[in-house]
Design a protein around this ligand. Sequence first.
Ligand code: MF3
Ligand code: CO
Ligand code: CO
Length: 272
Amino acid sequence: MTITLKTGADIAAMRVAGRLAAEVLDMLTPHVRAGVTTDELDRLSHDHIVNVQQAIPAPLHYAPAGYQPYPKSICTSINHQVCHGIPGERVLKNGDIVNIDITVIKDGWHGDTSRMFIVGEGSIAARRLCQFTYDAMWKGIVKVRPGAHLGDIGHAIQTFAEGAGFSVVREFCGHGIGTRFHEEPQVLHYGRPGTLEQLVPGMIFTIEPMINAGRREVREAGDGWTIVTRDRSLSAQWEHTVLVTDTGYEVLTLSEGTPPPPAFVARTALAV
Ligand code: MF3
Ligand code: CO
Ligand code: CO
């Protein structure tokens, strides 16, 4: 394993990239309404990233081994779509839940974050899934500190999600991030405490649990990218990019519109 440790200057650049990614979600928020197409959200994001932020949308033409180049600038995953949904002519309607995942490159550094949006009021079940998935992400984030193990993060997320009757997707995980979109380590959203890599100050990785209302199994939808739940149950995901500090963690993908952490997150842990 070669996990790159970031220097002070690297971290400063990652803070900028992380904030820009979050600000794209802030910009999109009033547009995520019944009647909008996901292509329109892609276009708004692309133009904002390129023209306002003078940054690069990392997904566009991204082609990991075994994949065809990703054709759009953001990912929009609706209802039973788990991740990597490709924007298109589909129109959002009341009751849909949609994950919007934004990754920008600024001065060579990546910021990666996603949020759930509920179109209109949403069912009680949909709202509960989105809320629990947000809290599950934070259950993982609060484990981040020097000396903790990656398995501590996965275990915290898994026990919380499964305790609520949900399931955790195994095929996709969080990841180291920096000058590359996806670096080591892999950050599994399930696992056992005290296992896997120990955390060291200067590591930066994402925590991005995908939580299903039904069974955990997923499949690829047929377009080469979109992942869906096999049982067609609803799926939710939230993502932050997180730095391991000397004393704990710092979330790098913060903006004015970032939802506040859940009540169980100690206020002191947020003071950086
Ligand atoms: N942003 C996703 C992640 O969190 C990756 C999307 S890859 C893409 O890792 F090509 F689909 F954009
Ligand atoms: Co990510
Ligand atoms: Co992402």
